[in-house]
Design a protein around this ligand. Structure first.
Ligand code: BMA
Length: 300
């Protein structure tokens, strides 16, 4: 199976949200108990984002909860780092807990915030685990060589590269190294960032990433895939040279930010089939289906 868009895309829009929002998009995704759970970003009427849970029995039809699940105001002492909103959660299951890594936005510019939950109802927030500017952070779901690993996207001057670092406790991070960089003159020439959390496959750690190319005053967001070594995750075993998903349909071309396909969540099933939850034009939630085998084959 290559990449197949769900025929009823988009699966969620503003109309599906039972409270007042400007948009719903960029969900983190996980199988929780016997359901599919999306932690969606909702832009509130004041233009600042919070998260809301949406649940589904079959992975395609979701019901959005009646109120936000996590808001900037829930961040206690760290509120000043999330005052302008929380964005784009990635969910990793580590040792029985769910860790969320997401962008905290404020006058200090984007930082990576981490929180922990067991039930997606109450959250323990840890505040920033990076300095600005940094976003697009995922955690590997298990320790390797006795360390936790995070992959993120710091920005410096005109550089937008993906870096990896390690930690004994998920709080203190070091051993920073560059993992991959934009490819000049291609679809990923300006910026890249990890999209989905990594999943373990027989050939390595597999994830989707996004690549951005600017065109005049606008830009295009497309998705690719990347494979890291299982024991030495700082080694890139393969990546796509062409995008696997690019803006094509109206719901990806036209919206709050035109010409964007962006993902920060997927569900990889036991049989190797994959549901990519992604958003078109920063305005909705969509699904594309594929398989681990297909993604591995294009990472060669
Ligand atoms: C990125 C993030 C995403 C957004 C994307 C496209 O920098 O801010 O939330 O979906 O840009 O606008």
């Amino acid at each position: 199976m290559k990449i197949i868009r769900y025929k009823e895309n988009p699966i969620l829009t503003v109309k599906d949200v039972p409270f007042r929002v400007n948009s719903i998009f960029n969900p983190g995704a996980i199988k929780y108990k016997d359901e599919y759970l999306l932690l969606c970003r909702v832009e509130m009427p004041n233009g600042r984002s919070s998260f809301v849970v949406a649940k589904s029995k079959n992975g395609f039809q979701f019901i959005v909860e009646n109120q936000p699940s996590l808001t900037p105001e829930d961040h206690g002492d760290s509120y000043k780092y999330v005052e302008w909103g929380i964005e784009d959660p990635r969910i990793s299951q580590i040792e029985g807990d769910y860790y969320l890594t997401y962008t905290g936005y404020s006058k200090y510019m984007p930082v990576v915030i981490m929180s922990k939950t067991k039930d997606f109802k109450t959250f323990e927030t840890f505040g920033p685990i990076s300095v600005p500017s940094n976003k697009d952070c995922v955690l590997l779901p298990e320790k390797i060589n006795g360390f936790y690993w995070k992959i993120d996207r710091p920005s410096a001057e005109n550089r937008r590269d993906i870096w990896i670092s390690k930690s004994p406790d998920l709080i203190h991070w070091g051993n920073n190294q560059v993992l991959i960089e934009p490819q000049q003159g291609t679809w990923e020439s300006d910026k890249i960032g990890i999209s989905t959390p990594f999943v373990k496959t027989k050939e390595g750690w597999l994830a989707l990433y996004h690549g951005v190319r600017g065109f005049g005053i606008s830009s295009m967001y497309k998705l690719g895939a990347i494979l890291l070594d299982l024991e030495k995750p700082w080694l890139v075993k393969g990546k796509t040279s062409e995008p696997i998903l690019a803006p094509e349909f109206d719901y990806e071309r036209v919206g709050d930010v035109n010409n964007v396909v962006f993902s920060n969540g997927w569900v990889v099933e036991k049989d190797g089939s994959v549901k990519i939850y992604y958003s078109g034009a920063d305005t909705n939630v969509c699904i594309a289906e594929t398989s681990v085998n297909h993604l591995l084959s294009v990472c060669k």
